[in-house]
Ligand binder design. Sequence first.
Ligand SMILES: C[S@@+](CC[C@H](N)C(=O)[O-])C[C@H]1O[C@@H](n2cnc3c(N)ncnc32)[C@H](O)[C@@H]1O
Length: 309
Amino acid sequence: MNVRFSSINAIKADFSDIYASDDPRDYFKVLGKLNYVIPQLAAPVLLQLAERLIEIKGRPITILDVGCSYGLLSATARLGLSISQLCARYEAEPIQALDPQRLASFDAKYFASWPKRPDIRFIGLDCSPQAISYALTVGLIEKGLVIDLETNAPDGNARSLISQADLIISTGAVGYISEKTFSKLLQAFPAGKSAWVASFVLRMFDYAKIAKTLHEHGLETERLNDVTFVQRRFQDRSELCSAIDLIKSRGLDPSGKEDEGFYHAELFLSRPTNEVRKASLSRIVSVDCDNAAEQLLEIASNEFHRDLH
Ligand SMILES: C[S@@+](CC[C@H](N)C(=O)[O-])C[C@H]1O[C@@H](n2cnc3c(N)ncnc32)[C@H](O)[C@@H]1O
């Protein structure tokens, strides 16, 4: 990992254990308590980008979800499930009592029972074999790739899967992944072909190096102005203070955002220049801030609150 990213990431609580469980119960228990909401807020953006790509390509599209974990983005975007619904499911006593294999077989039926869009296919990439195995077993992703591109090169099979992507997206992953991962992803495409790249990035991370790497591969990056996306609540005062210091050191103002107790992410979209010229990011993506605030309130009202100040 990029040294600067790893030192910034170090201020965040360490959740490595919950990313490497056999099923997502610990993930929802721990991140649910912190009101982790970014996949749900990213879902409408993903759907707008997907619609645009389906129209341009005239066919179903493939999304590569980098750092996909247990497939939460697919569950929220493609099935329309909310994080509150999923937290409630995994907290329920009968679900708690199941062994991981039994849970996966129940989950496969549960997810199959929701209407699924036939025009959006998901490939999940994550360094956690457990998370990819679960997401594949329950059908939240069609293909899975267990790889850490920060430290490894993709083999032929991985390159072939990556190059099927029309849209590469990530929520909560930049920081764990840097320009190294994006460079290897884009190198997997044959000459003249590429994917759009949409990244939801915490404001404490500088996206410039990644944007530069994407530019070297012919993609122009835009940031969606005047909108931020809540990622989750700070775990404690130490996380809050460290994040605010980092935000200020980047010349950004935490007022009304991080200083209210939440990590905020920005949306970056990288596309071929001719696509950017046809329609800017703000013309192809709109965000209903009132709806997002309502969703956040619903999630937060189900959980306990910590006094961070
Ligand atoms: C905060 S979680 C985000 C998961 C998912 N995108 C979401 O929003 O629910 C970060 C994920 O990145 C994965 N991860 C960490 N380092 C990685 C790397 N170098 N390559 C791929 N995945 C990585 C972790 O295993 C974890 O599943």
